[in-house]
Design a protein around this ligand. Structure first.
Ligand code: FAS
Ligand code: PHB
Length: 397
């Protein structure tokens, strides 16, 4: 107990945020025998209730296996050997397996989070949910602290290192003085209206549709649960969209065969995700390390968000293991530069996929012809398909 009666604890690594980044880091450190505490502002139910990503790169699957949480993923995940692009009334398959010999796995972020939460509970490592007023202190010094309020009482957590895994709206990046960080940002004039439904997917693999009225995506969570998206203006509200309006809009943007095959049903979740590209440089400030959405955001078109969070966390976990198991702090010094090299490649790919497939308000006829020429070139060039495949499946960690 600190002199002023505030309960005080200490750990090696304080992890702020219990999304995929925080939970995966916690698990990798626990497996390596490194003490850590996770501090999350929401309840476990709230975190699990967020419907987000659905596609895992090979590197992410390997990281989850290393964390000891891949059993259900291997049992229930769907391995996909490619995707399809739908435009001008036809579908064109990009065969990842034939082009580069690698695949992706369909397994919802909700399930990844559920598996990581179960492993965390089984490990007995401390997690504080519904922590209020979380603040970071002295991370530019030798003894950083995280302070928070739980059930009305203040707590102080002394640590060696703080991992800021608290997402785009978190406190970690915001705790860094503006002069110490450089922000790169692009906001898109549209968002994705997403629907989850207990209906069989319209196709065996994901279908990305480009249409003059707007982008659409046919994805899935299992063979009985589908995830669909349509591009909407960034000012749109989900409440303005009945299920019927959503299904009609989706159908209107698909090629005839896919539209015909679409099985509709009641939405069990409906929400709008804004689209932005965002990078904070550097990703390290003294003893504070940012990982995942706390450091960068990509438009979901390239299915990179969750996978980038996982690759940041693997890099950070390896650096912390080098520091604590081998006394080598050099890896931590390389953390930001290593992550940013991969982050920017994912930012480029996500921006390219978004520019290729969406309908931009105010685009002139020339811009629309260039977009069509890019699509025609892509589906007619093995080299272009290989480039899409190696970026979509995931560049090496
Ligand atoms: P997260 O945002 O998932 O987790 C951060 C955690 O920190 C949250 O639990 C939050 O409650 C907590 N937190 C925040 N502030 C805190 C504080 N002050 N103190 C303590 N805790 C705090 N990616 C894809 O690949 N495909 C998609 O389709 C896709 N759809 C998305 C839809 C939406 C609406 C959003 C917002 C993102 C989507 N993403 C998608 C990206 C998403 O999957 C992220 O990349 C992924 O959740 C990143 O994980 P984390 O970095 O852990 O951040
Ligand atoms: C999803 O299933 O939620 C999903 C899949 C691919 C994307 C984005 C989202 O590019």
């Amino acid at each position: 107990m600190a002199p002023n009666g505030i309960p005080r604890a200490s750990t090696r690594v304080a992890i702020v945020g219990a999304g995929p980044a925080g939970l995966l880091l916690g698990q990798l450190l626990t497996v390596a025998g490194i003490d850590n505490v996770i501090i999350e502002q929401r309840s476990p139910a709230y975190v699990l209730g967020r419907i987000r990503a659905g596609i895992l790169e090979c590197g992410t699957v390997e990281a989850l296996a290393r964390a000891g949480v891949a059993a259900r993923l291997h049992e229930e995940g769907l391995v996909h050997h490619g995707i399809e692009l739908s435009f001008d009334g036809a579908r064109h398959r990009i065969d990842f397996h034939a082009l580069i010999g690698r695949d992706v796995t369909v397994y919802g972020q909700t399930e990844v989070t559920r598996d990581l939460m179960a492993a965390r509970a089984a490990s007995g490592m401390p997690s504080v949910y519904e922590a209020a007023g979380v603040s970071l202190h002295d991370f530019d010094g030798a003894r950083p602290q995280v302070r928070y309020r739980k059930d009305g009482a203040w707590h102080v957590l002394d640590c060696d290192v703080i991992a800021g895994c608290d997402g785009f709206h978190g406190v970690s990046r915001a705790s860094v003085p503006g002069a110490a960080r450089r922000i790169f940002e692009r906001e898109y004039p549209f968002g994705w209206l997403g629907v989850l439904s207990e209906t069989p997917p319209v196709a065996d693999e994901l279908v990305y549709a480009s249409h003059p009225q707007g982008f659409a995506l046919c994805s899935m969570r299992s063979k009985t649960r589908s995830r669909y998206y349509v591009q909407v203006p960034s000012t749109e509200q989900a409440a303005n969209w009945s299920d019927a309006r959503f299904w009609d809009t989706l159908r209107s943007r698909l090629d005839p065969a896919t539209a015909q095959a679409l099985v509709t049903g009641p939405s069990i979740e409906k929400s709008i995700a804004p689209l932005r590209s965002f990078v904070c440089e550097p990703m390290r400030f003294g003893r504070l390390f940012l990982a995942g959405d706390a450091a960068h955001i990509v438009p979901p078109t390239g299915a990179k968000g969750l996978n980038l969070a996982a690759s940041d966390v693997v890099t950070l976990a390896d650096a912390l293991i080098a520091r604590y198991a081998h006394g080598d702090a050099h890896e931590l010094d390389l953390y930001s530069e290593r992550c940013l090299r991969r982050v920017w490649k994912a930012e480029r790919f996500s921006w390219w996929m978004t520019s290729l497939l969406h309908s931009f308000p105010g685009a002139d006829d020339f811009a629309r012809r260039i977009q069509r020429a890019e699509l025609d070139y892509l589906v007619s060039s093995k080299a272009a398909c290989r480039s899409l495949a190696e970026n979509y499946v995931g560049l090496p960690h």
